[in-house]
Design a protein around this ligand. Structure first.
Ligand SMILES: O=C(CO)[C@H](O)[C@H](O)COP(=O)(O)O
Length: 221
């Protein structure tokens, strides 16, 4: 069993938006580590979620870092706006960036942690030349665009490969996994080398979301 701390990032995509303030309070009270905020543009992914004004409102109440996952084309056009809205960690998709190295430098230059997300079909080897520059690798364990999808089993092998790439390059990036995660697969993901578990439906559809967050936090024990 790996002995690095497990971080939990509830995905507000699955929250009750009519009660958003209460959902943010719940995450603040819980053992969760980050707010995971999914931005979709209807172009990079076949869905549209929420954007800058909603994130700015969440930021006013959030007592934990805001981890913003951009599922959008041309993310470089909006990086400064997401910084202003309150993003602490800004993740762009490798598949959406023609100049990934430049995009990473832009995010860090704006004072945010830089993340790079990989779609399920994208090999981890594509990160070899930037792995030392980034703070987070977001491994999508479903095809991005929707919550509530089935976890892709191939993800375990991908996390093991990524852990090797990080170790071999003496890099510090955290491995974050997103999609179809719950208490049933959390332990195995941590064992494979993941650091951060993103969960939407498993947390916000649970009878007791705080208890589920606790179960995810302690899934490696
Ligand atoms: O990025 C996402 C979708 O693109 C969501 O964060 C992810 O799917 C989490 O939702 P769930 O835990 O319900 O699968």
């Amino acid at each position: 069993m790996e002995n690095h701390p497990v971080l939990v990032a509830p995905s507000l995509l699955a929250a009750n938006f009519l009660e958003l303030g209460k959902e943010v309070d719940m995450v603040n009270r819980s053992e969760a580590d980050w707010f995971h905020l999914d931005v979709m543009d209807g172009r990079f992914v076949p869905n549209i979620s929420y954007g800058l004004p909603v994130i700015a409102q969440i930021k006013k109440k959030a007592q934990k870092p805001c981890d913003v996952h951009l599922m959008i084309e041309e993310p470089e056009k909006y990086a400064a706006d997401f910084k202003k809205a309150g993003a602490d960690i800004l993740t762009v998709h490798l598949e959406a960036c023609i100049h990934l190295h430049r995009n990473i430098q832009q995010i860090k230059g704006l004072g945010m942690k830089a993340g790079v997300a990989l779609n399920p079909h994208t090999p981890v080897g594509m990160l070899e030349n930037v792995i030392r520059d980034i703070d987070v690798v977001l491994v999508m364990s479903v095809n991005p665009g929707f919550g509530g999808q089935t976890f892709i089993e191939q993800t375990y092998q991908k996390i093991r490969q990524l852990r090797r790439l990080i170790t071999d390059n003496h890099a510090h990036a955290l491995i974050e996994v997103d999609g179809g995660i719950g208490t049933e697969n959390a332990g195995q993901l941590i064992q494979a080398g993941a650091n951060v578990l993103v969960a939407g439906s498993a947390i916000f559809s649970a009878a007791d979301p705080e208890k589920t967050i606790h179960a995810l936090k302690t899934s490696a024990q």
